[in-house]
Design a protein around this ligand. Structure first.
Ligand code: ADP
Length: 579
C-alpha cells in the first residue's frame, strides 16, 4: 500500500472512506424505508382493489341468478330476493370509485365514468321491480326487459374486473421485481460499506502500528540518550548527584560522588552532604544558583575543598536538582605549595647573600690563622697551638667550601648555554650533598666511566641542581619508610651510550610509589608533607634537561628507583666553536 507512505494521502483516503460509508449507510436506510413503504402500498392495493372489483362482479352475477330464477315463475319471495340482490348491487357500485380501494382502482380504469351513469339505470330497475306483481301475467315479460337493460352494467363491471386483474398481475410482477431487487442492491451496498469499513480498519490499524513503532523508537531513543547521559556524567571528572528538590534524597550519583561521600544514595552521609551543598549555594536568584565553594569533611576525616553549582533539571521526567562539584583540594594545596616555593626562593636568595657575606669574615679568619701560624712557627712549645690553628684553618676551608656551593647553587643561570664537563658538574653536586649523606648514613658510590673532558651543552649550575635534587630525593626516600632493612646505598654512575652521556642515580630506598610514576615529572606531584616537599624539583629537572636537548626518565628496579639523565655528548670541534 504505497499510498500509506504518504500520510496526507492516507488521511484523504480515510476521509473519503468515512464519507462513503456514511452516504452508503444513509442510502441503504432510505432504500429500505422506501421499499418497505412501496411494498406495503402494493400489497394493500393488490388486496383491496382486486377485491372491490371482484365484489362488484360477484353481486352482479348473484343479481343475474336471482333474475334467472324468478323470471320463468315469478313469486313474491323470488321478487323480494331479486330486489334484495339489486339493492346490494346498487350499494356496491359507489365503492368502485368512492372508497380507498376504489380510488386506487380508478388509477387503472375509469370506474366512476363507467359505473356512475349506470347507477341511475339501476335505481330505475329497482323502482320498477318494486312495482311488479307476481300474479300478473306480464311480469315475466317485464322482468326479461329489466334484465336486458342491466346488460351494459354487467359489461362495465366485467371490464373493471378484467382491468383490475390485469393490473394485479402487473402489480405482482413489479412486487416480485421489487422484492428481488432490494436484496441485490442492499447486498451490494452492504458489501461496499463493509469493504469501506474493513479498509478503514486496515488503515487505522496500519497507522496505529506505525505510531506504536514511532513511540517505541522514540522511547528507545530516549533510553539510549539517558544511558549516554549517565555514561557522560559517570565519565565527568567531577562529583555529580541528582537530588529530589523537596526531600533532598539523592536519586543518582556518579562514581566520583560515591567516592567522595558514600557508595550508595541511601547512605546516611548523603542527606548531610546535600544539606551542606544547599547551605553553601544559598537561596536561588530567579531560579538559578551561583557558583558555590565549600569545604567538606569526609567520613575518613579528610577535609576536601569543593567548587561547583546547582541547577534545576528534568531527570526521568521529574524536576530534580543537579549538583556538580569539582574537588579543588589539589589546586588549593598547589596554591599553598607555590606560596611555599616562593618562600623557599626568598630563603635561597637570603642564603646566597649570607654565603657571600660570610666569605669576607672567613677570608679574614683564614688570613689571621695563617699569620698566627707564621708567628708561632719559630717559638718552642707552640706545637699544641699550631695544631689547633691547623684545625681552625681546615674548618674555615670547609666553611668556605660550603658557602661557595651555596653561592653557586643560588647563582642565577645565564641565558646562553655553555659547554661544561659533565663529570666536573656531577662532582660539584656530589660535594654539595656529601655531608648530608654522611649524616643520613647513606653510602654514596660514584662510578664515573666518563672522562673529565667529555662535555655537554647547557647551564652548569642548573644541571648541578638537577643532580643535587636527584640525590636529595634518594636521601628523602630512605626516610619515607619504603626501604628494606639492607644498608642504605645510592649509586651514581656516569657512562657513555653512543653519542649520549648518561647519568644514572640509583637507590635501594623502596622505589617510587606506583600511583606517582605516571605523573612524577608533573609540577606539584609530591608525596612529602607540604612543609618539606614542593613537588617542583623533578618538574624543574625535566625542563632543565630538555633545555639541554636531553631526557630524564625513572623506573623502579630491584629495591629502589633509578633515574636516568641522557644528554647529547658535545663533539670536541663543536665544543671549540662554542667556547
Ligand atoms: P619534592 O621532592 O618536593 O616532593 P620532587 O619533584 O623532587 O618534589 O619529587 C616528587 C616526588 O617524587 C617525591 O615527593 C617522591 O614521592 C618521588 N620521588 C622522587 N625521587 C624518589 C626516589 N628516589 N625514590 C622514591 N620516590 C621518589
Amino acid at each position: 500500500m504505497i499510498f500509506l507512505r504518504d500520510r496526507r494521502t492516507a488521511g484523504f483516503i480515510e476521509f473519503g472512506l468515512i464519507v462513503t460509508c456514511v452516504v452508503l449507510f444513509v442510502a441503504t436506510g432510505l432504500l429500505y424505508v422506501s421499499q418497505a413503504r412501496q411494498q406495503a402500498l402494493l400489497t394493500a392495493t393488490v388486496r383491496s382493489s382486486g377485491w372491490v372489483a371482484y365484489q362488484g362482479q360477484l353481486e352482479f352475477v348473484k343479481a343475474e341468478a336471482a333474475f334467472s330464477k324468478v323470471t320463468p315463475a315469478p313469486t313474491a319471495q323470488g321478487l323480494g330476493n331479486l330486489l334484495l340482490r339489486m339493492e346490494i348491487l346498487r350499494s356496491r357500485l359507489p365503492l368502485l370509485y368512492d372508497s380507498d380501494e376504489g380510488r386506487v382502482l380508478s388509477d387503472v380504469v375509469d370506474t366512476k365514468g363507467l359505473t356512475q351513469p349506470l347507477e341511475t339505470l339501476l335505481d330505475q330497475v329497482i323502482a320498477e321491480i318494486e312495482t311488479l306483481d307476481p300474479d300478473d301475467g306480464a311480469t315475466t315479460r317485464r322482468l326479461e326487459a329489466l334484465h336486458g337493460r342491466l346488460l351494459p352494467l354487467g359489461e362495465a363491471l366485467q371490464r373493471i374486473l378484467m382491468e383490475s386483474v390485469a393490473y394485479n398481475q402487473e402489480i405482482f410482477r413489479r412486487e416480485r421485481a421489487v422484492a428481488e431487487a432490494p436484496e441485490v442492491v442492499s447486498l451490494v451496498l452492504l458489501f461496499i460499506t463493509g469493504g469501506c469499513l474493513v479498509l478503514l480498519l486496515l488503515l487505522q490499524g496500519r497507522r496505529d502500528r506505525v505510531r506504536l513503532r514511532e513511540i517505541v523508537d522514540a522511547k528507545a531513543a530516549i533510553t539510549a540518550m539517558e544511558e549516554n547521559l549517565r555514561a557522560v556524567i559517570q565519565a565527568v571528572p567531577a562529583c555529580v548527584a541528582v537530588v529530589d528538590p523537596d526531600t533532598g534524597h539523592a536519586t543518582f550519583i556518579n562514581s566520583n560522588a560515591a567516592a567522595l561521600v558514600a557508595a550508595t544514595p541511601d547512605d546516611a552521609a548523603w542527606p548531610g552532604f546535600v544539606r551542606a551543598v544547599r547551605d553553601a549555594a544559598g537561596e536561588p536568584v530567579g531560579g538559578c544558583w551561583g557558583t558555590l565553594t565549600m569545604a567538606y569533611t569526609r567520613s575518613t576525616g579528610d577535609i576536601v575543598s569543593l567548587r561547583g553549582s546547582i541547577c534545576s533539571v528534568l531527570w526521568q521526567q521529574r524536576p530534580q536538582q543537579l549538583i556538580v562539584l569539582a574537588d579543588t583540594t589539589r589546586v588549593r594545596s598547589a596554591e599553598l605549595q607555590v606560596m611555599q616555593a616562593a618562600k623557599l626562593a626568598t630563603l635561597g636568595e637570603m642564603a646566597t647573600a649570607i654565603a657571600h657575606e660570610l666569605n669576607q669574615p672567613l677570608a679574614v679568619i683564614k688570613m689571621a690563622v695563617a699569620n698566627a701560624r707564621r708567628l708561632l712557627d719559630p717559638l718552642p712549645g707552640g706545637e699544641g697551638v699550631m695544631a689547633k690553628l691547623e684545625r681552625i684553618s681546615a674548618q674555615v676551608d670547609r666553611a668556605k667550601r660550603i658557602t661557595d656551593q651555596v653561592r653557586r647553587y643560588g647563582r642565577m643561570p645565564s641565558e646562553q648555554l655553555q659547554p661544561f664537563s659533565l663529570r666536573h658538574a656531577v662532582d660539584l653536586a656530589v660535594g654539595f650533598i656529601a655531608e648530608q649523606y654522611r649524616a643520613a648514613n647513606i653510602r654514596l658510590t660514584i662510578d664515573a666511566n666518563v672522562p673529565i673532558e667529555a662535555l655537554v651543552l647547557g647551564e652548569q649550575t642548573m644541571f648541578e641542581q638537577v643532580i643535587v635534587n636527584l640525590l636529595i630525593n634518594a636521601r628523602d626516600a630512605f626516610d619515607a619508610g619504603r626501604a628494606g632493612l639492607c644498608a642504605r646505598q645510592v649509586t651514581l654512575a656516569l657512562y657513555r651510550e653512543g653519542d649520549q652521556l648518561v647519568v644514572s642515580v640509583e637507590d635501594n630506598a623502596g622505589g617510587v610509589a606506583e600511583d606517582m610514576l605516571p605523573r612524577l615529572f608533573e609540577p606539584f606531584a609530591t608525596t612529602k608533607p607540604t612543609e618539606n616537599g614542593t613537588g617542583l624539583g623533578l618538574s624543574l629537572a625535566r625542563s632543565v634537561v630538555r633545555d639541554m636537548n636531553g631526557s630524564i626518565s625513572v623506573q623502579n628496579v630491584g629495591g629502589g628507583a633509578r633515574f636516568l639523565v641522557r644528554l647529547p655528548l658535545l663533539p670536541s670541534a663543536e665544543a671549540r666553536d662554542a667556547a
